[in-house]
Design a protein around this ligand. Structure first.
Ligand code: SF4
Ligand code: SF4
Length: 536
């Protein structure tokens, strides 16, 4: 009995060859890896498990023979509770670092990667108008701590090798982490059965168990290869902080579950992953410190249906998948999104492609067709675009959006088409000249959301209203004048510089407020009152 490496799944990484105790794994220059059946002994006498399967990043080596006879039942590690207990949605960590990592996994080489002096590739996101940054890098080795980011061609290759479906795993991890009190210290455990269920893979009859395990093992590791270095500015009462480069997710262990058949042949039948959130969670997913207002606890709602949609559309409609995931986070910001088409297209296809389309007619036509079809897919999955009637009128809207208006009743539909035929512009007319330029200024007012997300948004709006009410209330308080600030500061023996540091403002800002050059905003007045110990 021996193992074999199916040619169509091996990625030629060479991880398995050094681990084989019998030297059975071979590769002739320019050919695929193969296992010499006369040397492979199933690792008998060396290891309890076939090392090539355990060591392969996608577990592609398989027994040469199909499973025969009764297999022994495998004993598995207990997992963390299943997500989606209501079958619909689950909270997930949605801080900016998680959003940007999701963008990295979906947009990959389309992002503006910066080559640093060290040769490392870095994707940097400015925070609060450049007062802070989030820097994401990629590493392919999962073991060493602190992680070492890849450089040059190796980094580019790793980025190109990312699978958009890994973003679904990233969200699953973000959802599991929200179930823990201190996710940066506690681990969660998930196995292939849970992942199959979350991603809707259990319904995929076209995929063998081995193919599903290969996919799961591959996409489960990719989010763990992202590192983040964060420099966060002071926000309200929460002081600024710096997080050195560290992994977003620590993959602590992958357990491989084998079943032996009557012939003693070991078949891989399951995988269990032990994972812990990185140190970012201490600052952005910290319930306790959020109550004390010294850290954030940022979460949103992850609809289960979105994971299934992503797994269905990622190949044919990658642009729609990218927009869908981006909108998932964007909805946290409120209902009024007012997105311009160049923004949406850049998210879906990358800035480079949009610029190319601006200068090349054929490319423009192709991109427009793809975009309109991707919008239709989003609409189908519940993200319904609301076109701005001024900048995105009917004549430049996609045909599918116009067809929505056709009445269902046969007679009414006939009348509709008669009216359409007798008017100057017809529904099926091709777009006007200069359609692209018009679209470059067009806006989508907002996306109506799937019910699970719409509910979350309604809660968000309620919360915002509560905060607004509180702000209005605080505005009725007497205005803090410059003299009061000077007196209170001097009583506390603080210089303007000290006060600037304590409030996270500039010294000139303090000076101007004290001199009465302008009045501090209500939230800044609250902050000044707190720092100076003035009664509210
Ligand atoms: S099962 Fe063991 S002996 Fe056989 S190829 Fe794999 S590592 Fe080598
Ligand atoms: S570890 Fe797996 S993917 Fe890499 S060469 Fe070996 S069989 Fe192929």
């Amino acid at each position: 009995m021996t193992y074999t490496i199916p040619n169509n799944s091996c990625v030629g990484c060479d991880d398995c060859r050094p681990q084989c105790p019998t030297g059975a794994i071979r590769r002739v220059e320019g050919e695929q890896y193969w296992i010499d059946p006369s040397l492979c002994n199933n690792c008998e006498g060396y290891y309890p498990e076939p090392q090539c399967v355990v060591g392969c990043p996608i577990s592609c080596p398989q027994p040469l023979q199909v499973k025969k006879g009764r297999a022994r039942v495998d004993v598995r590690t207990a997992t963390s509770p299943n997500l989606f207990p209501n079958g619909k949605n689950n909270p997930f960590a949605s801080s900016m670092v998680i959003w940007e990592a999701c963008n990295l996994l979906t947009q990959r080489e389309s992002l503006a990667w910066k080559v640093e002096e060290s040769g490392q590739l870095c994707y940097e996101r400015q925070v609060n108008q450049g007062r802070g940054t989030i820097a994401l890098r990629i590493t392919d080795t999962l073991d060493p701590e602190p992680p070492v980011a890849l450089i040059g061609a190796a980094a580019r290759q790793a980025i190109e090798g990312l699978d958009i479906r890994a973003a679904a795993m990233h969200l699953i991890y973000a959802a599991h982490a929200t179930g823990l009190e201190q996710p940066w210290e506690q681990e969660f455990i998930i196995n292939d059965r849970q992942i199959e269920e979350y991603l809707g893979l259990e319904k995929r009859k076209d995929l063998s168990k081995a193919a599903k395990l290969t996919l799961i093992k591959e996409i489960a590791q990719q989010p763990c290869a992202i590192t983040a270095a964060i420099n966060w500015p002071q926000q309200g009462q929460i002081k600024g902080f710096t997080i050195p480069e560290s992994r977003l997710w620590h993959l602590l262990e992958i357990q491989h579950h084998f079943q032996s058949d009557d012939m003693g042949c070991k078949h891989l039948v399951g995988l269990t992953f032990r994972i812990r959130a990185g140190i970012w969670a201490k600052y952005f997913l910290n319930k306790l410190r959020c109550k004390e207002r010294t850290a954030f606890y940022q979460y949103a709602t992850l609809p289960k249906s979105l994971l299934g949609a992503l797994m269905s559309i990622w190949q044919q409609h990658e642009g729609a998948a990218r927009m869908m995931l981006w909108l998932l986070f964007k909805t946290r910001m409120g209902k009024e999104q007012r997105l311009t088409l160049p923004t949406l297209m850049s998210i879906a296809y990358g800035e480079e492609k949009v610029m190319l389309a601006s200068s090349q007619r054929e490319e423009r036509k192709r991109l427009l067709r793809t975009f309109e079809s991707d919008l239709e897919v989003l609409n189908h999955y519940g993200f319904k675009p609301v076109f701005d009637p001024v900048t995105y009128p009917a004549e430049i809207q996609p045909l599918w959006a116009k067809l929505v208006d056709i009445p269902e009743d046969a007679e009414a539909a006939l009348e509709f088409w008669i009216n359409d035929g007798s008017s100057n512009t017809r529904l099926t007319d091709s777009g006007p000249r200069g359609k692209w330029n018009l679209l470059m200024n067009a806006r989508i007012l907002c996306f109506q959301l799937p019910p699970e997300l719409a509910q979350q948004l309604a809660e968000f709006e309620k919360k915002k209203q509560r905060i607004t009410n509180r702000t209005i209330k605080s505005k009725t308080q007497p205005v803090l004048c410059g003299e009061q600030i000077i007196t209170a500061r001097k009583t506390l023996q603080l210089t303007q510089r000290d006060l600037a540091q304590m409030t996270g403002k500039s010294q000139s800002w303090i000076r101007d407020v004290e001199n009465g050059r302008f009045r501090a905003k209500s939230e800044d007045q609250v902050l000044l009152r707190q720092v100076l110990g003035l009664a509210h």
